[in-house]
Design a protein around this ligand. Structure first.
Ligand code: PHE
Ligand code: ZN
Length: 851
């Protein structure tokens, strides 16, 4: 197919495959450049099938032979797959293909990472392993024989036997091909065991390469056991095999993958030790282990009918892992963190050229739809549903979902039907959340007279690509009211906004109340409300909802910074006083205080300016952030040393949420202190640190102050043989660079001996940090745009999937001034015109350019 006419797939075109797949037998003869894959598949025509076309997907395969019922056949082969005349009755298909794992830098299908064989099949990678109906609604049992001289050879399900040079596996649970996995290499296991609530003993393993990684498995193993217990206790779901394997690989496009019984993890998402991982790493690892484990039911036992339904498994599983983290750690802190990421990643997507509904209706390359919208907004939609039907009904519906759909490949319609049947609620209008893109704006106005308070809510959603007009949605607005003296006069109540404009009244109030709206961030919307900084400060001090208390502080911080950017105002004194009071208030959770002390990101300020109709100036936003932090440090000057001492966590490192929260606060204080003491305290902390959190925090503070050269060198010398720690070192230099030096810093690092284009973690460390340094990336010179574009063009030849994802760095381009827009457009046009551009990258760049 020519590059300018890429194929588009549509939800409305869904047709079932005309054949059942009764069983799959695969034999792998492993060899780095010439692996042979022999398949033996039992097909049975479906009696009721409208379409009996026999087409098997296959890409980058060399077909050696094909047989039907033992007879050689000559299928018609294209670069997408093969078709063949087949019998009208059940038959056995056999094929032998050759593939080249060592040459597979796209990291999709069977590839090699660090001399180890591994696979990645979601979404459409199995077709790079053998010819197959590679679609999630085709489910079958897999029996796998691996032949090779690797010491450890794993696949899904249970081991059936092994000997010199071979191993056999059988997975009794029918599954789609995207959940297939194979791993082979020199690996050692960190073992564990779990007894399910019904008394079944499950053997657990985390597999790593021999060496230092062996000492980094204990935390992940504990997280796995906690996840297994939690899913039994909260959802009543038990594990269903005798074995659960996790393997850590260094080269991986995503975080991790839920292959049945054989999860494969990016090593950055499973390996942890106090010396090499920060508190944030520990929290993320616990969440991702839980996420992949939870997929066993929400994803594997019940899977997706087609890839348009991706949020059926991802939204639900993200929602479940967030519940888990809230239970293991702090519920409000987790909610605040999630909203920060939602606003940083999903809101820009939803408000720009890449906007799409949680259930998209068309795509060219499905890999481009593993997005914040499908994952995070998909989870928000479930959170709203739960709030609307109530906890009891939610779990009733989930129980019905598992009973009714176990073993099936389902749709969003099936999911909503379960809720309608379990609760009697009509979800017709709610369903718009799945089909409409864009972040709704909710405009708030209020009135008070004779003891009655009226809240009027008005919703509208800006146009998004392909969706100029939007119907009103059901928006659950959790609202409470405070009296002017700070008491709560109305506890939280969920107002259901269903119309474009609607009023809600509250009677019997002695005075005009202060509303606390969108508590717990009950819906992924943007609130528009005219209010004062005094009222925000009041809510920061008095709101009973911790999320909204943080939100009030965050909104206040934003207003202060916006006034600095737009009017050149000085940082608001009242706000600085409120912050100071909060920092010193030891009754407040340290993690919460750390969050309130973390200023809104510069990208967030830019986003807000854009939402309000201004053109953001990245340098001005940077300068305001610097001035603000410097002023805050000065305001706190006399108390900083004491606060630093009081929040320092003594004793051996433990990654628990409480200690992590204290270290987060301590880290914020250190970064302020470093602005005043020339880095003395940070240098002391760096020298004394016995864990990565404190080492990294000290290094970051020093580098930000341009006082960290010696420590940066020492850090490199200490850790240069640890890939994950080196990723931090690469990223930190770019994240801390001043705007005018950011691009040059990144460029120099791409010439470093340890820069490795083929390793997605390293590429992301450099270019993720570049795109994440707002003022540096958008520096008026345009150097950063050029550097990213050239490297994306180079990476596209090796790894289209990661290249395409990183194109999203350009998605906000229309926010900026004409000069920056034309610089970015020129760079994107260069990418678009690069010879042999992948379908993945082409789709992304085209969508962004068409904005
Ligand atoms: N399904 C994986 C998850 O969310 C993500 C993933 C997608 C991994 C595609 C690899 C490839 O857990
Ligand atoms: Zn997932």
């Amino acid at each position: 197919m020519a590059k300018d006419t890429p194929q588009t797939f549509y939800l409305k075109d869904y047709t079932p495959f005309g054949y059942d797949v009764e069983s799959v037998h695969l034999t792998f003869r492993l060899s780095p450049e010439t692996t042979r894959v022999l398949s033996k598949i039992r097909f049975a025509p479906k009696a009721d099938a409208a379409d009996k076309t026999f087409f098997l997907h296959g890409e980058d395969l060399q077909l050696i032979s094909a047989k039907i019922d033992g007879q050689e056949v000559a299928p018609e082969v294209t670069d997408k797959g093969l078709s063949c005349d087949v019998p009208g009755a059940p038959f056995t298909w056999e094929a032998e293909v050759e593939i080249n794992p060592a040459g597979n830098t796209a990291l999709e299908g069977l590839y090699m990472s660090n001399r180890m064989y591994c696979t990645q099949c979601e979404a459409e990678g199995f077709r790079k392993i053998t010819y197959y109906p590679d679609r999630p609604d085709v489910m079958s049992t897999f029996t796998v024989r691996i032949e090779g001289d690797e010491p450890v050879m794993l696949s899904n399900g249970n081991p059936m036997g092994h000997g010199e040079g071979w191993a056999e596996w059988h997975d009794p649970w029918p599954k789609p091909a995207y959940l297939f996995a194979l791993v082979a290499g020199d690996l050692v296991n960190h073992p564990g065991q779990f007894t399910t609530k019904s008394g079944k003993v499950v053997e657990l393993n985390i597999w790593v390469r021999p060496g230092p990684d062996e000492g980094k498995c204990a935390f992940g193993m504990e997280a796995l056991k906690k996840s297994m217990t939690w899913d039994e206790e909260v959802y009543g779901l038990e594990y269903d095999l005798e074995l659960f394997n996790i393997v850590a690989v260094d080269d991986f496009n995503m975080g991790a993958m839920e292959n049945k019984g054989l999860n494969i993890f990016n090593s950055s998402c499973v390996l942890a030790s106090p010396e090499t991982s920060t508190d944030a790493n520990f929290e993320r690892i616990e969440a991702i282990i839980a996420h992949e484990y939870f997929h066993n039911w929400t994803g594997n036992r019940i899977t997706c009918r087609d890839w348009f339904q991706l949020c059926l498994k991802e939204g639900l599983t993200v929602f479940r892992d967030a519940q888990f983290t809230s239970d293991m750690r702090s519920e409000p802190v987790k909610r605040i963190e999630d909203v920060i990421t939602l606003r940083a990643r999903q809101f820009p997507e939803d408000g720009g050229p890449l906007a799409h509904p949680p259930r998209p209706e068309e795509f060219q390359e499905i890999n481009n739809f593993y997005t914040a919208t499908v994952y995070e907004k998909g989870a928000e939609v479930i959170g709203m549903l739960k709030r609307l039907v109530g906890d009891e009904n939610y779990y009733k519906a989930l129980k019905l979902y598992f009973e009714r759909h176990d073993g099936q490949a389902c749709t969003i319609e099936d999911w909503l039907q379960v809720f309608e049947d379990a609760t009697g609620r009509d979800l017709q209008q709610f369903k718009l959340w799945y089909s409409q893109a864009g972040t709704p704006r909710v405009k708030v106005s209020e009135e008070y007279a004779d003891g009655t308070y009226t809240l009027t809510l008005e919703q509208s959603t800006p146009p998004t690509p392909g969706q100029p007009d939007k119907a009103p949605r059901v928006i659950p607005m959790a609202v409470g009211l405070l009296s002017p003296n700070g008491d709560e006069v109305r506890a939280t109540e969920v107002l259901e906004l269903t119309e474009a404009k609607q009023s809600f009244t509250f009677d019997g109030l002695a005075a005009k109340p202060v509303p606390s709206i969108l508590r717990e961030f009950s819906a992924p919307v943007i609130l528009e409300r005219d209010t004062t900084n005094a009222e925000r400060a009041f809510l920061l001090a008095h709101d009973t909802d911790p999320f909204n208390r943080w939100e009030a502080g965050n909104a206040l911080a934003k207003e202060v910074r916006l006034a600095m950017v737009l009017d050149g105002a000085a940082p608001d004194g009242a706000y600085l006083d409120a912050l100071e009071k909060l920092v010193r208030d030891d009754d407040q959770d340290p993690a919460f205080r750390a969050l309130v002390l973390s200023p809104p990101s510069q990208a967030d300020i830019a986003q807000t300016l854009f939402e309000r109709g201004y053109t953001p100036d990245p340098q001005k936003i940077y300068d305001a952030a610097e001035t603000f932090t410097q002023t805050l440090a000065q305001q706190l000057e006399t108390s900083l040393p004491r606060l630093y001492a009081a929040t320092t966590v003594e004793g051996p490192y433990a990654p628990d949420a409480d200690s992590a929260g204290k270290r987060a606060l301590n880290g914020r204080i250190l970064s302020l202190l470093t602005r005043l003491d020339g880095g003395e305290q940070a240098a002391r902390q760096y020298a004394a640190a016995d864990n990565m959190t404190q080492q990294y925090t000290a290094l970051a503070a020093l580098m930000k102050a341009e006082k960290g050269d010696a420590q940066s060198q020492a850090f490199f010398d200490q850790w240069n043989d640890d890939r994950l720690v080196m990723d931090k070192w690469f990223a930190l230099q770019i994240a801390c660079a001043a705007p005018q030096k950011t691009a040059a810093t990144a460029a120099a690092l791409t010439n470093h001996a340890l820069f490795d284009m083929k390793n997605p973690n390293r590429f992301r460390a450099v270019f993720g940090a570049l795109a994440g340094n707002h003022a540096g990336f958008h520096h008026a010179s345009g150097e950063a745009y050029a550097l990213l574009a050239e490297n994306l063009i180079a990476l596209d030849k090796l790894n289209p999937q990661t290249t395409a994802r990183m194109c999203a760095a350009f998605q906000t381009w229309k926010r900026y001034d004409a000069g920056r827009q034309s610089l970015i457009r020129a760079r994107m046009s260069r990418i678009a015109g690069a010879p042999g551009l992948s379908r993945d990258t082409n789709e992304m760049i085209t969508r962004i350019l068409d904005a």
